[in-house]
Design a protein around this ligand. Structure first.
Ligand code: NAD
Ligand code: MG
Length: 416
């Protein structure tokens, strides 16, 4: 339905949303821009950001003509500036963390899609929260790291926080209220439990004695979802589900024992909410991130996402299993970290990011990822964070510890 049609029916115009996409060159960035392009009368791209990818950001800037294009890397930003001037583009190029924050808080921005991967997204995402924007959150690591401060900032600024993570978006769709809106917790809504589904990744059935030898290429080949490399490895270790458990606790004011992880290999049920009367509501769909993105972009309305109809008859069956904690120790570590609280989730996340990077670059075996995280958590000082800087200090310190553990693990890999 076009804006003018909606206006004719409701009498209310649909304002055009001005959007900043943080992490525009990634997998979530691609899906977001695909949905946005389907609705030029609803959405306008204000700013696009990336880390170092000059070519891709230049191509996007020339096509979408945003007011700003930002590269985190200063040298890459200079190249982008030269390239866009040469092509006669009016897009202004900004650089560094300051540039990311500038486009996240700009007065002309309504919606910020937070799709930078990892801790690198924390400052800009947090700045958007403090500026009271409508935030479409993919960057779960930011919320995991700064949970309490993050949700307090949402409440203080009046930001609207809408989850893009498919599971949390599904839970949100099955709840009567938006996350971050003072709901009084799950009990107030008559919710008994959240059932957080996960596929189990590519190694759900790999013989345990073969896990030591799995390669990065095997780990990032997810059976159902097409995603960036870091989250793909997280899915293979199931740390992704661990981070999502923590994410669910913050978004929905849940305790860890109110969140049950359910392995569901087909990735059709994206999560469920169980109510005290025994009702279980689920959100189903094809595994395509454009569905949660379109949902959050248009919320509380619905728009076409370009996603085909779910063919349940072709799927034939849906399976559900208990998670295997021996195979996926990261699930245990994540649960322990949220129960421990304070900076433990930030330490968990930092150690995981370093371990995943080491695995992807061939410096660490797949099975050593949880080992690195466990040792880092055991050695780190866990403190109560009062400010974002406290969280960032914990992150930096944990990375140093994790890198030392990785160096030891890598040495033990050398042939004698
Ligand atoms: P990706 O690796 O495909 O893209 C990451 C984006 O972040 C890129 O645009 C990159 O330029 C930018 N970036 C990376 N490092 C940066 C830095 N230091 N500074 C500034 N920008 C930086 O990742 P993705 O798969 O799109 O995931 C993005 C986020 O969304 C992650 O937090 C992930 O957990 C979450 N998420 C992704 C999916 C998915 O289907 N891909 C699903 C759910 C949640
Ligand atoms: Mg998810």
């Amino acid at each position: 339905m076009t804006n003018s049609a909606i206006q004719a029916i409701t009498g209310h115009p649909v304002a055009v949303q001005s959007i900043t996409v943080l992490g525009a060159t990634g997998s979530i960035g691609d899906s977001t821009l695909d949905v946005v392009a389907r609705h030029p009368d609803r959405f306008r791209i204000f700013a696009l950001t990336a880390n170092t990818d000059v070519e891709k950001l230049a191509a996007l800037a020339l096509k979408l003509r945003p007011r700003y294009a930002v590269l985190r890397d200063e040298g890459a930003a200079e190249q982008l500036h030269a390239l866009l001037r040469q092509r006669g583009s009016a897009t202004e190029v900004l650089a560094g963390e300051a540039g990311l924050i500038q486009v996240a808080v700009h007065a002309e921005v309504d919606t910020v899609v937070a799709a930078i991967v990892g801790a690198a997204g924390l400052s800009a995402t947090f700045a958007a929260v403090e500026a009271g924007k409508r935030i479409l959150l993919a960057n779960k690591e930011a919320l995991v790291m700064a949970g309490h401060l993050f949700m307090d900032a949402v409440a203080a600024s009046g930001a609207v926080l809408l989850p893009l993570d498919s599971e949390h978006n599904a839970i949100f769709q099955c709840l009567p209220l938006a996350p971050g809106v003072a709901s009084g917790g799950l009990a107030q809504m008559g919710v008994r439990r959240i059932l957080l589904t996960g596929s189990g990744g590519p190694f759900r059935e790999t013989p345990l004695d073969q896990l030591a030898r799995v390669t990065p290429a095997q780990a990032i080949a997810h059976p159902n979802w097409s995603m960036g490399p870091k989250i793909s490895v997280d899915s293979a270790t199931m740390m992704n589900k661990g981070l999502e458990l923590i994410e669910a606790c913050w978004l929905f004011e849940a305790t860890p024992d109110q969140v049950q992880i359910v392995v569901h290999p087909q990735s059709v049920v994206h999560s469920m909410v169980e109510y005290v009367d025994g009702s279980v509501l689920a959100q189903l769909g094809n595994p395509d991130m454009r569905t949660p993105i379109a949902h959050a972009l248009a919320w509380p309305r619905r728009i076409d996402a370009g996603v085909g109809a779910l063919d349940l008859i072709a799927k034939g069956r849906l399976d559900f299993q208990a998670p295997d904690y021996q195979r996926f120790p990261c699930l245990v570590l994540a649960r322990q970290a949220i129960l421990r609280g304070d900076t433990a989730p930030a330490v968990l996340n930092a150690a995981n990011e370093e371990a995943v990077a080491a695995f992807l670059s061939g410096r660490l075996r797949f099975i050593d990822i949880p080992e690195v995280i466990e040792q880092t958590l055991a050695q780190a000082d866990i403190v109560e964070p009062h400010t974002l800087a406290d969280v960032q200090r914990a992150d930096v310190a944990a990375r140093d510890l994790a890198l030392a553990v990785i160096a030891r693990q890598s040495l033990s890999l050398q042939p004698l």
